[in-house]
Design a protein around this ligand. Structure first.
Ligand code: 0A1
Ligand code: ZN
Length: 877
């Protein structure tokens, strides 16, 4: 959104179709960094009637020429009002030609056409196309684009746009031109252009239908040796989409361009994806295993959008989850098929709980399909993406793989080439499977995380075991009254030895062994199982079958049984998390009461058992051993005790380390086998467990020596980073030396230096603010670069609770100053940063007052963007 503009909310219920079809679009770009001239020739045909107002969107455009049906328009023949241009009573056939001047070199918002390094590129989702030219900039207006670019041949040898290259040639004065045509009608948000001096890595993919697709990754020259993993991931994505979904690529070329300056992760523009370089570039010495997995996931995500997003797109921005929830589900499945399904699933669930649950519980709570927004960029949220993907997963759980695929097939048969709604998707799933999904559809409109209270009753005399489940969704600022939702409920029962029990509901003829899937569609459900010889341990919502918070009074012994024996990896992990969470919160309460913290033996025993099990996948074990993070723990308290949580979590970690030191050391030593780096899933799993063990061992006397030795011997970024981070977190003297050696080695390497900033920003304690301030003066930091902002300020504000929430409010004042400054340059990223204040009401009175003051100061800032204003307004409400 546009500085200083009065903001008004847009409502989903107000949707009306655009009255015109765009039957032709020719764009001509005369490319320059200071000034680019954009000429647009558009043919509009009125859907109904002889004439109507023709309304286009534009923002910050310098209009040079406007012609209608070959005639220059006089100033009184059209009007420009804020972001709209209206030609009153335009005839049924209207050929419109406009010429505008834009200034990409000055565009710091990174939306529209902008400069990165020394090349130009575009970002149009959601409403950036209007910063390039006048056009109906809305996703339901689809047309085929022909794009011609001309530019200086030395400065801009590479000129790319969507579709196929259909012409090129030289021009006088050292200039050249290239023309692209995209045969697939698309909305403006999928338009892209790239112009500059970029180097190319090329590969090929033969589709199942025999099409030979040229795969081209464009990067700055020095990064040519960091593209192989991205390319491999692209090939794997293309093959996977054919195998699993029967979906084939539809053009002869697929481009990926990597940029260091990008507001988000990547963008699925038709056949010309633009990526944050973080999700393309990797070499073992520069990228961690998590980076490698991130690249695979995001490359997959953007590729999968070709069908779910591009071929079938969204009618309006309220339907964003139609493409995003579905595509996240697809990329999660892709990663699960490529790596360990169980580990991927746990990572996804951890992420949902720590990023999306707080959103549902905060001032900006919204359904996956929101009903209103002021600035759509603020709705690219964990709710729309990750919770949206969970909703798609529930269709999958309810319908099974085959039923789900039938639904997908019908969805494409019905809607290929259209801009549609979430209701259309639901209808395709329902019709293909002949089931009624109306009640299920409430997931689209209801915000908040459902809570499920579970109670059990055992009748030994009759061998009956009864589970009672009640669902309740707390009201949220956007919605008071909540309705019961459809919850797939996957259940298993274990006997006290951990054996899976056959499940037979009262009245059923037979028992079934293994997980059973029930569907809860009312507030309260009761399930009574027969033939149960001893009181069992329930394994609830296996595989996280619904995105809910489950409350059940597990005893430590029951949790131990689940951790040791349950067949479902999620429930095993969840039981360990519950046990760790209970233990940490107990310590936190003891500390608050002035008592000395002290563990009972259950967590130590459970973790000892887990660590001694040599058969478990090391990556899965690493997930089990990771204690819940401080943000997640904060969520479990009515009033967040910032210092208490930090102290209690650290205490538990230290106790575990001391009690389990020999075992941890044994595992560490056997995993730290001196083998050269390998990129395999097995090697990554071993590094994951090794570095988790190192994290614990840092709390023992041998920590420093181990970290130093690991650093010395490391041949990959995963081990290097883990060792340095461990030294930094402990504040050991070796940390300074390690950081400065890292800095000298990697100075000038933007992505690696991001890690250097992060490692320092995350260090707990109030002194870190001083470090952050100092690092902002570092030559490699730039407030204009979103990756740097996220690495230093984002990490400090979101992942360093004892730093950001320092009792004197210094962290708050710092963030407010920063947001105000950044807002003048890049409102989108500023709006992300300011969400760190969102949950201010959950803190103690002093901190609340301090945060409120800063929020108010931001709100009162003159010329604040609509992006930041919307977030701050909700937070203060
Ligand atoms: N559609 C992209 C995400 C994206 C959204 C907005 C952007 O700029 C404001 C950029 C990218 C995706 O889901 O990958
Ligand atoms: Zn996406």
């Amino acid at each position: 959104m546009k500085e200083g503009t009065a903001q008004s909310a847009i409502y989903r219920k107000d949707y009306t179709a655009y009255p015109w079809d765009v039957t032709q679009l020719d764009l001509h770009f005369d490319i320059g960094i200071e000034t680019t001239i954009v000429c647009a020739e558009m043919e509009f045909r009125l859907k109904d009637g002889d004439s109507a107002d023709l309304v286009l969107n534009g923002s910050d455009l310098d209009l040079l020429v406007i012609e209608l049906n070959g005639r220059l328009l006089a100033p009184d023949e059209f009007r420009i009002d804020g972001e709209t241009l209206t030609i009153p009573d335009a005839p049924q056939h209207s050929a419109l030609k406009t010429e505008v001047k834009i200034h990409p070199g000055k565009n710091s918002a990174l939306e529209g056409l902008y400069l990165s390094g020394d090349f130009l590129l575009t970002q149009c989702e959601a409403e950036g196309f209007r910063k390039i030219t006048w056009f109906p900039d809305r996703p339901d207006v689809m047309t085929s684009y022909r794009v011609t670019m001309e530019a200086d041949k030395t400065e801009f040898p590479v000129l790319l746009s969507n579709g196929n290259q259909v012409g090129s040639g030289d021009l006088p004065g050292g200039r050249h031109w290239v023309c692209w045509h995209d045969p697939f009608p698309k909305p403006s948000y999928l338009f892209a252009l790239v112009a500059g001096d970029l180097a190319l890595v090329e590969d090929h993919f033969k589709t199942c239908g025999g099409r030979d697709v040229s795969l081209r990754i464009y990067v700055e020259k020095e990064n040519l040796d960091r593209c192989s993993h991205a390319m491999q991931s692209l090939v794997n994505s293309m093959r996977w989409d054919e195998d699993r979904f029967g979906l084939e690529y539809d053009l002869d070329v697929y481009h990926i361009v990597a940029t260091n300056d990008f507001n988000m992760g990547a963008m699925e523009n038709k056949s010309l994806n633009i990526f944050n370089s973080k999700y393309v570039l990797a070499r073992p010495d520069t990228a961690t295993d998590a980076d490698y997995q991130g690249i695979e996931g995001v490359i997959g995500h953007e590729y999968f959008h070709n069908w779910t997003g591009n071929r079938v797109t969204c009618q309006d921005w309220f339907q964003l989850t139609l493409k995003e929830g579905l595509t996240v589900f697809r990329d999660e499945e892709f990663s699960a098929d490529m790596q360990s399904r169980a580990v991927k699933r746990i990572q996804v669930i951890r992420d949902l709980r720590s990023r999306q649950f707080p959103e549902d519980d905060g001032p900006m709570a919204h359904p996956i399909r929101p009903d209103k927004y002021v600035e759509i960029n603020n709705f690219y949220t964990a709710t729309v993406y990750q919770k949206g993907a969970t909703v798609i997963r529930m269709y999958h759980t309810l319908l099974g793989e085959q039923g789900f695929q039938k639904g997908m097939q019908l969805y494409f048969d019905r809607h290929d080439g259209e801009a549609v709604t979430c209701d259309d998707f639901l209808a395709a799933m329902a019709d293909a499977n002949q089931v009624d999904l109306e009640h299920f559809g409430r997931w689209y409109g209801q915000s908040g995380t459902p809570q499920v209270q579970v109670q059990d009753r055992y009748d030994p005399a009759r061998g009956l075991y009864t589970l009672t489940l009640e669902q309740h969704t707390p009201s949220t600022p956007d919605q008071q009254d909540k309705q019961p939702l459809v919850l797939p409920f996957a259940l298993g029962l274990l006997d006290t030895d951990g054996h899976e029990l056959p499940l037979q509901l009262e009245g059923e003829p037979d028992a079934v062994t293994g997980t059973r899937l029930f569907v809860m569609d009312k507030t309260r459900h009761e399930f009574t199982f027969t033939g149960i010889a001893n009181k069992p341990v329930p394994s609830l919502f296996r595989d996280f079958s619904a995105p809910v918070k489950v409350y059940f009074g597990y005893s430590p012994d029951q949790l131990a049984t689940l951790i040791e024996h349950d067949s479902d990896p999620y429930t095993r992990w969840d039981a360990a998390q519950r046990m760790a969470q209970n233990t940490i919160l107990e310590q936190c309460q003891m500390r608050a009461r002035g008592q000395e913290m002290a563990l009972d033996g259950s967590l130590v025993k459970a973790f000892r058992g887990a660590l001694s099990d040599l058969d478990t996948d090391p990556a899965l074990l690493a997930e089990t051993l990771k204690l819940p993070d401080e943000e997640y723990l904060s969520d479990q308290m009515d009033v967040v005790d910032v210092d208490g949580i930090h102290a209690a979590r650290l205490f538990v970690k230290q106790e575990l380390a001391l009690e389990l030191e020999p075992l941890l050391q044994q595992r560490y030593t056997s995993l730290n086998d001196g083998q050269p780096y390998r990129k395999t899933a097995a090697a990554m799993a071993r590094r994951s467990l090794k570095n988790t063990c190192l994290g614990y061992l840092m709390e023992t006397a041998q920590g420093e020596a181990l970290a130093n030795a690991q650093l010395e011997a490391s041949d990959n970024m995963t081990d290097t980073l883990a060792a340095i981070q461990a030294l930094v977190l402990k504040g050991l003297p070796a940390a300074a030396t390690a950081l400065s050696a890292f800095e000298s080695r990697w100075a000038g390497d933007a992505l690696v230096m991001d890690k250097w900033f992060m490692m320092q920003a995350v260090k707990p304690g109030s002194e870190t603010l001083g470090t952050v301030r100092r690092l902002m003066e570092h030559p490699e930091f730039s407030i204009r670069n979103p990756n740097k902002v996220r690495a230093l300020i984002g990490v400090f504000a979101m992942l360093n609770p004892t730093g950001f929430h320092a009792a004197d409010g210094s962290g708050y004042a710092f963030l407010a100053d920063f947001v105000i400054e950044l807002d003048g340059l890049n409102p989108q990223v500023a709006a992300r940063m300011v969400t760190a204040f969102n949950r201010w009401k959950r803190y103690d009175e002093d901190r609340k007052a301090l945060m409120q003051t800063q929020l108010q100061r931001i709100a009162d800032t003159h010329g604040l963007s609509g992006d930041v204003a919307e977030i701050v307004k909700h937070a203060l409400a």
